[in-house]
Each structure stands twice: as structure tokens, then as C-alpha cells.
Design a protein around this ligand. Structure first.
Ligand code: DGL
Length: 270
């Protein structure tokens, strides 16, 4: 009854931790495409091809349901995958919609017309590809009116995290927050729209200040997955074993994962 969790690299581990906490009885298989990270600077065709390859590998592990724990893949590839590629007996879900439902105070599947919501000024931090896709703004516009979104493409942050360079990652986060605040001095809410960024959450929060509400994507995705599996238990696949797979060097990736999550994690070659 395993579920797959896909990311370009280490960031999806923030989602994996949250879903494993919410569903302790479910085995999860993680796939990090570390050899090809970062995705945020790649074009949509490239992201589509790499994401499909990773998802297929997770299907081979008996995971009929795969979470794209990657905003870049969710923004640039998921719609095309669902429309042209995913067979009827499999599911691939993204990480965007639970976040936007929380921001717009909606229950799952509430497709009523867009309406005014409490939050008016939202800062979005994401990879260059996610920002360029405008997928966040598109999904938000289906559900809310009158929300001003200022998006900051955070070039370099995923790369620094994947290299294990926390000092560089912190410096980049601070400069991206400053750049955003020059354009939107008083955001009410901030979205960390890349699953790598919670690894730097303390730095984001310190730079944003205590009055900005930071939405935790990982927890929202975990709640949403629990709800989904209660409604569609048939998508708990036949897999029985939790594993961590990487296209990168397993030892190196294990070391970085252990460094960032502060607990031992052992990756195997995908
Ligand atoms: N964790 C991925 C995301 O959520 C990072 C993408 C990348 O590799 O640039 O967007």
C-alpha cells in the first residue's frame, strides 16, 4: 500500500516528513532526481520528460499514487501529464492546490465561483520556472478575487541547498526577501512555493518579520493526502517497503539529506 513522493532533489523530503507523520502506517517511496536538479532553470519539455521518468520508476515500486512534492514539476508538467500521460489506474497529484485552498479558506473540491478572501497581499517565493509558469496566480484566480500576488524568483537557492552550502542559501534567501519587500513592503502572507525552502524556513521567517504569516505547504499536503486516501483507498498501491531512491550519488545525497533534516537518511541508487 505504498505511496510515491517525487522531487527534483532534497526539497520533497520536507513533504515526505509531513506525510509520514500524518499517515504512519503507509510506506512511502521517495525519488529525488538529484542528478538533474535544479529543475527551476529548465524548460517545460525538459521538466515534463524528467518528471515522467521519475514517476514511472515509482510506479515500478508499487506506488499507484505519486505526489509531485515539487512545485516546479507541479507548475510546469502536471497538467500535461494528467491530460496526456497518466493511465486511468494511476494518480499523480501536485502540491499547489492544497496550499491555495488554505489561503482562500476553501474545503477540498469547493469549485464555487471566486470570492473575496481575508488575505490581500501575498508574497510568493518560488523557482524561476514556477514564477514564469504563473500557475500559482492561475489557480488562485479560480478561487479568489482582489488578491495582490508579488512573486520573487529565488534563483540559486535550490542549487545552494543541493550543494549543502547553508551559508550561501541563507544569504540568497535574505537578498530575495529584501528584493520582494522593495516591491511589496507589507505582505500579510508568504508562500514558500518550493519544497526546498522549508529547509531555510527560519531564515525566511527572520527576514520577513513576525507579522507575516508563512504557510506550511508540507502540512497542508499531508492533510490533503490523508483526506484523499480516505476517499480513494484503491490508490494505495501494492508496494510494501519504504525506500529513498536518487539518481545522484547515494552517499553524497544521504549526507546532504542527513545534514538538512538532522536525522539519518540512507538513499539507494534509483
Ligand atoms: N523542490 C522543487 C520545487 O518545489 C525545486 C525545484 C528545482 O529543482 O529547482 O520547486
Amino acid at each position: 500500500m505504498a505511496v510515491g513522493v517525487f522531487d527534483s532533489g532534497l526539497g520533497g523530503l520536507t513533504v515526505l516528513d509531513a506525510v509520514a507523520r500524518e499517515l504512519p502506517e503507509v510506506p512511502f517511496v521517495y525519488y529525488g532526481d538529484n542528478a538533474h536538479a535544479p529543475y527551476g532553470v529548465r524548460d517545460a519539455d525538459d521538466i515534463f520528460a524528467l518528471t515522467c521518468r521519475g514517476v514511472e520508476r515509482l510506479w515500478d515500486e508499487g506506488c499507484d499514487l505519486v505526489i509531485l512534492a515539487c512545485n516546479t514539476a507541479s507548475a510546469a508538467a502536471l497538467k500535461r501529464m494528467q491530460e496526456t500521460w497518466v493511465p486511468a489506474d494511476k494518480r499523480v497529484l501536485g502540491v499547489f492546490v492544497p496550499l491555495i485552498e488554505a489561503l482562500t479558506e476553501r474545503q477540498w473540491g469547493d469549485n464555487s465561483p471566486p470570492r473575496e478572501v481575508a488575505v490581500k497581499h501575498v508574497a510568493l517565493f518560488a523557482t524561476p520556472a514556477t514564477v514564469a509558469s504563473r500557475a500559482f496566480q492561475r489557480e488562485l484566480a479560480f478561487r479568489a478575487i482582489g488578491v495582490d500576488v508579488e512573486a520573487q524568483p529565488c534563483g540559486g537557492v535550490v542549487d545552494a541547498i543541493e550543494q549543502g552550502d547553508e551559508i550561501l542559501a541563507e544569504a540568497l534567501v535574505r537578498s530575495h526577501v529584501e528584493a520582494l519587500k522593495r516591491r511589496m513592503p507589507r505582505p500579510e502572507a508568504a508562500i514558500l512555493g518550493c519544497t526546498h525552502y522549508p529547509l531555510m524556513e527560519g531564515t525566511f521567517r527572520a527576514a520577513l518579520g513576525p507579522e507575516v504569516r508563512v504557510f506550511s505547504q508540507a502540512d497542508l499536503v499531508a492533510e490533503s493526502l490523508k483526506d484523499y486516501l480516505a476517499r480513494r483507498p484503491e490508490f494505495l498501491g501494492p508496494g510494501r517497503v519504504s525506500r529513498f531512491l536518487t539518481t545522484g550519488d547515494p552517499q553524497r545525497v544521504s549526507d546532504k539529506a542527513t545534514q538538512f533534516l538532522r536525522r539519518p537518511i540512507r538513499f539507494e541508487a534509483a
